[in-house]
Design a protein around this ligand. Structure first.
Ligand code: PLP
Length: 552
């Protein structure tokens, strides 16, 4: 494809995207295909000769699109939203055109510098204090990086927390003397250590030294680390997203899901303290708590104001806040109290915070800003600088090389779409999007409640954000709580609802003391009152159908 062909193909693609958005509401929301449908439509091997663009573009529409579930559809109420916006799309197109891996400042200074600025923009929009921003701290520089997902954030934070914890423990359980004095075997490694020291000027922890020595295949150091890491525990609750269990799985650590009770499903200081004391009495070491603002199943928020009193008294314990879905609501002043912004901004207690702008924040996938109070915690855990990555500015320590704050080396230029979106919408447009989608969810809640008075529907958790969790109950019955009968009824209801996946998408979950239930989330900027009301009518009809089937 040459420049002129690209110009024509690009204009055509933009036209088609516009047509797609104009006709979105007429498409089946969920892909109506069977497993394996695609492999039957495309050849088993790539073509030997170039193909004309017209046939490639036409196959995108005829072969790929039927297998796409339209997350931007006004009737997509499943999972959490995955917003897209036109300014963000243009940013991604520009990014693709300058494709570069942005790992060091010098490989594309704008990529690093815009990301630092956008982290500060987003932080200020969310009301995060200066200590969370890149220029905020006097001794410690806050800020952070934009990663691809809340899962990647959890893993990155777990690594940083582990290294910080081992660093603290190393003071009590020093590395064996013969190991700490051991000479490193290769020149390359020595070089990398020197470079680390120069670059970061943020120091090197005892844990990092241990890690580097591990590279020289010294098993004693590995054993020393293993003796500490085998005792580390990650805490969350039964409502924490599986990102916490996954981070634990990847790192070979334990995840402890603490119980939380209906209807608020919120972790408090008492439960956490009891678990910590119990673990400590068995020689285990608390090193990471993943608290949530806006859980997936019910939108619950852990009691951060009380949890920070616990994390403060356990220096090895890092508190990360996963606000993947609801974190964007910190941009709304009326939500800041219930979202514990004071606790987040308190002088100590919370170590990291993350939200996904790619959920409800108008920036299309992927975009997970990770804020840390001390970015040295990330760089001490993740910096390795072989000769081929050294640069003049990096060695001089006068630039931030973002590879040192993340797992991978190369990185996407995600900040461009944040810049375009925040400028095109302004904070007021961003806030309007959140408030108007919440208003639609409130409308849905009112419809469910009204019907519930007559007996067939129950809201099972306090509605939060733009999420309403409900189930059906036998008409006229006052039976509530968890029961096999209610579960069976609602699983049948769910099966019936799934038959309507071309019309709308909902998702299911299960809550302690409730059981099986249905989630309804508004998030698409395309959704209007009439969509919500039409969907509600179909949900009601389906409930009656399920009830008849249940009684057959
Ligand atoms: N945390 C919460 C509260 C979520 O709801 C989700 C996804 O819905 C995640 C984390 C995982 O997000 P990601 O896909 O970015 O890893």
């Amino acid at each position: 494809m040459d420049i002129e062909e690209f110009r024509r193909a690009g204009y055509l693609a933009v036209d088609r995207i516009c047509d797609y958005y104009a006709s979105l509401s007429n498409l089946p929301v969920s892909a109506q295909v069977s497993p394996g449908f695609l492999s039957r439509s495309i050849p088993a091997s790539p073509p030997d000769s170039p193909e004309p663009w017209s046939s490639i573009d036409s196959d995108y529409h005829s072969v790929i699109m039927p297998g796409i579930t339209h997350w931007q559809h006004p009737n997509f109420y499943g999972y959490f939203p995955c917003n897209a916006s036109f300014p963000g799309m243009i940013a991604d197109l520009y990014c693709a055109s300058i494709s570069n891996p942005g790992f060091n400042w010098s490989v594309s200074p704008s990529v690093t510098e815009l990301e630092i600025s956008m982290m500060d923009w987003v932080g200020r929009m969310l009301g995060l204090g200066e200590q969370w921003l890149s220029e905020g701290g006097e001794e410690k520089a806050g800020g952070g990086v934009i990663l691809g997902s809340a899962s990647e954030v959890a893993l990155t934070v777990a690594i940083a927390a582990r290294e910080r914890c081992i660093g603290i423990l190393a003071e009590e359980h020093p590395m064996p003397k013969d190991v700490s004095e051991e000479k490193r075997s290769s020149e390359g490694q020595e070089e990398s250590l020197d470079a680390d020291q120069d670059v970061a000027s943020e120091g090197k922890s005892a844990a990092q030294v241990g890690q580097d020595s591990t590279l020289s295949a010294n098993t004693t150091v590995a054993q020393w680390r293993a003796s500490l890491t085998s005792k580390l525990v990650i805490y969350g609750t039964t409502q924490t997203h599986s990102i916490a269990a996954k981070a634990a799985l990847i790192l070979g650590l334990d995840f402890r899901a603490l119980p939380v009770a209906a209807p608020h499903y919120s972790l408090d200081a008492e439960t956490l303290s009891a678990a910590i004391e119990e673990d400590k009495s068995h020689g285990r070491i608390p090193f990471l708590l993943i608290a949530t603002i806006g859980t997936t199943s019910s939108g619950a928020t852990d009691d951060l104001s009380s949890l920070i009193t616990v994390t403060r008294s356990h220096p090895t314990l890092w508190l990360h806040i996963d606000a993947a879905y609801a974190g964007v609501c910190l941009s709304l002043p009326e939500f800041r109290g219930s979202m514990h912004l004071d606790a987040i901004n308190a002088a100590t207690g919370v170590d990291s915070f993350s939200t996904n702008l790619h959920k409800w924040g108008l920036v299309q996938f992927d975009c997970s800003p990770l804020f840390v109070r001390d970015r040295g915690d990330l760089s001490r855990a993740l910096t390795i600088t072989p000769t081929y990555l050294r640069t003049k500015h990096g060695d001089a320590g006068n630039v931030l090389d973002l590879r040192n704050l993340q797992i991978s080396l190369g990185r996407r230029f995600r900040s461009l779409k944040v810049w375009f979106v925040l400028r095109a919408y302004g904070v007021s447009g961003f806030q309007h999007h959140l408030r108007s989608t919440m208003k639609l969810a409130n409308h849905f809640e009112a419809l469910v409640r009204k019907e519930g008075e007559e007996g067939m529907f129950e809201i099972v958790a306090p509605p939060r954000w733009a999420l309403v969790v409900f189930r059906i109950t036998p008409p006229g019955s006052k039976e509530r709580g968890e029961s096999e009968e209610l579960d069976r009824l609602n699983r049948m209801f769910w099966d019936d609802l799934q038959e309507l996946s071309a019309e709308f998408v909902l998702t299911q979950t299960s809550l302690p003391e409730v059981g099986f239930c249905i989630r309804f989330v508004v998030g698409s900027p395309q959704t209007r009152t009439e969509h919500v009301e039409a969907t509600w009518r179909r949900i009601k009809e389906t409930a009656s159908k399920t009830w008849s089937r249940f009684n057959q």
